[in-house]
Ligand binder design. Structure first.
Ligand code: C2O
Ligand code: CU
Length: 458
């Protein structure tokens, strides 16, 4: 599912095969799930925090006992978590220590155009670039990843991804699980060949190894109490359908922060780049119990091991917050994601019939305008796509003329869309002027052109 339209052919990156022995076997539940360390600021004041972050080639133990060549922010696979705060600026000095250009995009961030990590704005090898994030938005779970033109799919696949959490003082009174009980979990898939080499571009359905914070089938020790998990799908091209053995999720938020109300769910659908903010209550389990997170296709991917009792002052209120009102929409647009197939050649990815051109403006939007976009996919092949809009969060009004899906709830910046579907979304373009992109967030699709540009004008 969501695996079609694979892009064979261009093995431009990491093509040297170095391993020839048998691939190390993954033994489930033998390694702990790492919690990515929180990046320490160089300077921290109530108004701003300043960080340093490198982009490097490094290695990571993904398969047991084997160090694989990967890319990492801060030299880590997955990158360190950046914890920001609503109303306090984040400045990050990003140094590119690789031998090729890269950059950083704050996915879901409300940031000025020059700091958005536009595909044309690269950090050249050996250079440093300053990114400024105002954190003027509500508390939420974002992530940061490479967005360099033509190389984003390789770079993200090889590890340039990390969590970025905005904490919001106005949400403190809710008393949701926090501190050590608030854990980001980045889920993604990866392909290894029979000798354990990472395979970069092949059929995405062969990416059968699922990682939780960089490790396949780890266990995670929990106390018998409530935890908040911020699930982030950092896979290039994958839709997870997640369940818990014998339990359900309490969903409290999505891409753009908390929902109006918490809700119970048996199953969570999470497409590439989407986030699900959930609470799992382990208090009903005796010490020694296991709860397994499963995926419809990937099977068992993470085991929670209840290892101790604990007191739990946290709550999950039924009412979480008021979502902003929907202003009157004054502009209607259509966005059509598709492939164009050509004989004996790689297909093109197009939006409204055109391959991405960073010198072309596809839509001109007035700052402050509220617009309704009809997202569709006229693809004749029945493939899935995954629409993402930079800068703003939108609301899904309708899917196929009916109500949105449960996974469309709340404030969103990314939604999956299957060929033949139509999804109506509404967004208000507040804040900044300048050029931003929107694209399919199946990165092998945006890489071959399924991306377009809007310019916000005063
Ligand atoms: Cu997650 Cu245009 O990106
Ligand atoms: Cu696509």
């Amino acid at each position: 599912e969501g695996h079609e339209g694979s892009t064979h052919g261009e093995h431009t990156f990491q093509e040297s095969k170095t391993l020839s022995g048998p691939r190390p076997e993954i033994v489930p539940w033998t390694r702990p799930m790492p919690v990515p360390p929180v990046l320490k600021p160089l300077v921290s004041t109530p108004k701003q925090e300043i960080y340093q972050l490198s982009i490097e080639r490094t290695t990571a133990e993904i398969l047991p006992g084997l160090r694989s060549p990967v890319l990492g922010f801060g030299g880590q696979f997955v990158g360190p978590t950046i914890r920001a705060k609503t109303g306090r600026k984040t400045l990050i000095m990003v140094q590119n220590k690789m031998d090729e250009a890269a950059n950083v995009h704050l996915h879901g961030g409300h940031v000025p155009a020059e700091h958005d990590g536009h595909p044309k704005d690269l950090v050249d090898p050996g250079r440093t670039r300053l990114y400024l994030y105002p954190n003027s938005q509500q508390g939420t779970t974002l992530w940061y990843h490479d967005h360099s033109h033509g190389t984003e799919a390789q770079h993200v696949y090889l590890g340039l991804h990390g969590a970025y959490v905005i904490d919001d003082d106005s949400e403190r009174g809710l008393n949701l699980p926090s501190g050590a009980y608030d854990v980001p979990i980045m889920l993604r898939d990866i392909q290894f060949d029979d000798s354990g080499n990472i395979v970069v571009f092949d059929d995405p359905s062969k990416r059968t190894v699922v990682l939780a914070n960089g490790v396949p089938q780890p266990y995670f020790e929990v106390a018998a109490r409530k935890y908040r998990f911020r699930l982030i799908n950092t896979a290039n091209q994958r839709v997870f359908k997640l369940r818990l053995t014998g339990d359900r999720f309490t969903r409290i938020g999505s891409d753009g922060g908390l929902f109006a109300n918490s809700m119970e769910a048996e199953e969570l659908t999470l497409s590439s780049a989407e986030r699900a903010d959930v609470v799992i209550d382990f208090s009903k389990y005796p010490v020694g119990s296991h709860v397994v997170l499963t995926d419809e296709v990937g099977g068992e991917i993470l085991r929670f091991d209840v290892v101790r009792r604990a007191s739990d002052p946290s709550r999950v209120p039924a009412v979480l917050r008021l979502l902003p009102a929907l202003p009157l929409s004054t502009v209607d647009r259509e966005v059509d994601l598709a492939f164009v197939f050509k004989p004996n050649e790689r297909p093109d990815g197009v939006i409204n019939g055109k391959v991405f051109d960073m010198d072309r403006v596809d839509f001109t939007v007035k700052r402050g305008a509220t617009e309704t976009w009809l997202i569709k996919s006229s693809d004749p092949t029945g493939v899935k796509h995954n629409f993402h809009l930079h800068l703003v969060q939108f609301r899904v009004l309708e899917r196929n003329g009916g109500p949105p899906l449960p996974s469309d709830a709340g404030l969103k910046d990314t939604i999956p869309i299957t060929a033949g579907e139509t999804v109506k979304v509404q967004a208000t373009f507040t804040g900044y002027t300048g050029r931003y992109v929107y694209h399919c967030h199946f990165l092998e699709h945006s890489w071959i052109g399924m991306m377009a540009q809007l310019e916000i004008v005063p």
